[in-house]
Design a protein around this ligand. Structure first.
Ligand code: AP5
Length: 237
């Protein structure tokens, strides 16, 4: 970690990209570098499903078939998370926004925060879009394994753990996400094309989007992502 990075104020960063692009992998690396939290709407929803909350009960079947959860179910969950104290210096939004309506909602929400002196000042997001070829996405999603304890992400083809099926960090048995089945993966990729690609156009029109090549190994993608954060997003260090 570079000296001083953890005290930088960088505003919100949106990681945009199809399922399997590496949003979660890169978000964790940015968190390690800058100390700003990762907000993954997928993780938050899975937590709600696991805990059987009202939101989780509504989202469960939708997520299991690879469709998007309706916009209005997400807003309170995201607003509550962004307003926590740990987001004061910024946050990494992983998997949100995913529709143009969510992007408009986020801009309006952050603009209200900018003018409200009682709330942490966050600024408007810089959007880093991670571009990956279709066949590579399939390989990444079918090979993904996750540690249920620390959340570390592996891939049996591309980033295997040191010991088969066990987490390098805490030795937990790795799990397969239940939406990483081939039929559901296909539906998730179609949902991305239909509903999330227009989000890139939305931010592009506003001049707030940068593109990185996500087909490269993790460290080479991180180099591009961190360079973009340094040149566009880091407001004060
Ligand atoms: P979510 O959890 O957000 O899933 P996703 O967008 O489908 O993205 P993934 O987590 O599958 O992929 P990723 O890009 O994070 O890749 P990762 O780093 O893991 O959403 C799940 C569901 O929740 C949605 O389908 C929807 O139902 C609902 N939902 C969530 N947010 C919503 C919203 N805003 N609106 C409505 N509904 C919402 O990497 C993948 C694999 O590749 C790993 O195995 C990793 O090790 C490997 N890998 C990563 N980078 C590289 C690399 N550079 N080289 C080689 N391997 C790599």
């Amino acid at each position: 970690m570079m000296a001083g990075d953890a005290s930088c104020s960088m505003g919100p960063i949106v990681l945009l990209g199809p399922p399997g692009a590496g949003k979660g992998t890169q978000a964790k690396l940015i968190t390690e570098r800058y100390g700003t939290p990762q907000i993954s709407t997928g993780d938050l929803l899975r937590e709600n499903v696991k805990n059987g909350t009202a939101l989780g009960l509504q989202a469960k079947d939708i997520m299991a078939r690879g469709a998007l959860v309706p916009d209005e179910l997400l807003y309170d969950m995201v607003a509550e998370r962004i307003q926590r104290a740990d987001c004061q210096r910024g946050c990494i939004l992983d998997g949100f926004p995913r529709t143009p309506a969510q992007a408009e909602w986020l801009d309006a929400f952050l603009e209200r925060q900018l003018f409200d002196n009682s709330k942490p000042r966050t600024g408007l997001p810089i959007v880093i879009s991670i571009d990956v070829d279709y066949n590579e996405l399939l390989l990444r999603l079918t090979g993904r394994r996750t540690c249920p304890t620390c959340g570390r992400i592996y891939n049996v083809h591309l980033q295997p753990p040191r010991v088969d099926e066990l987490c390098d960090v805490d030795g937990s048995k790795l799990v397969i996400r239940n939406d990483d089945r081939e039929d559901v993966i296909r539906e998730r990729l179609q949902a991305y094309d239909r509903q999330t690609r227009p989000v890139a156009d939305y931010y592009d029109r506003k001049g707030r989007m940068v593109l990185v090549n996500g087909n490269l190994p993790v460290d080479q993608v991180s180099t591009q992502v961190l360079n973009e954060i340094r040149s566009h997003a880091v407001a004060s260090c």
